[in-house]
Design a protein around this ligand. Structure first.
Ligand code: HEM
Length: 145
């Protein structure tokens, strides 16, 4: 049972991360498209579908299966919650979820043709999920504390 939940957790994580790395990249290209152009309207559809069909459900599934695993854990009373690495991981996952929320807000700005950020801004934002991903995977696999 535990291994099955972990498999679904990892599948959800991959889908969430794929979207979190791709959406800011779409924003970078969207910045270069002229407002009202066919290209700009196409980016709007791509961004909305990516967020609604992949990123949002994948985040919910990641949290659902992750918390389930944490609750099952090795300690019959506290699950993995007795392990400090899990708390450190949760801090990084909360940060990732906050980035998710900001990406959703910027997507709405693009949809309403009122984006105020530059290409450079989205290029920098694009690095944050990648950095958080490295920290999260090291914490859960190495379990350093
Ligand atoms: C949403 C909150 C999350 C919670 C509560 C959570 C919790 C957990 C728990 C308890 C495990 C099982 C650890 C084990 O059996 O050794 C696990 C496995 C894993 N998690 Fe998460 N997780 C969350 C989000 C994430 C995210 C965002 C990522 C990656 C970006 C991630 C990547 C992984 C990986 C790769 C494993 C498999 C580790 C292994 O089998 O060695 N998790 N998670």
């Amino acid at each position: 049972m535990y291994e099955w939940i972990k498999a679904f957790h990892i599948i959800a994580v991959i889908a969430w991360m794929a979207g979190m790395l791709y959406l800011p990249r779409l924003f970078v290209y969207h910045c270069a498209a002229e407002t009202g152009s066919v290209q700009s309207e196409t980016f709007k559809v791509m961004e909305q579908r990516l967020l609604r069909a992949i990123i949002n459900p994948a985040m919910v599934a990641t949290w659902f299966f992750g918390l389930w695993l944490a609750w099952l854990g090795p300690d019959s009373r506290y699950g993995w919650f007795a392990s400090p690495w899990l708390w450190a991981k949760l801090v990084l996952v909360l940060a990732l979820s906050a980035v998710h929320g900001m990406l959703a807000r910027w997507r709405m700005d693009f949809a309403a043709d009122r984006n105020v950020h530059s290409q450079r801004f989205y290029r920098i934002i694009n690095e944050i999920p990648a950095i958080l991903l490295i920290g999260i995977v090291i914490l859960v696999v190495v379990k350093p504390f």
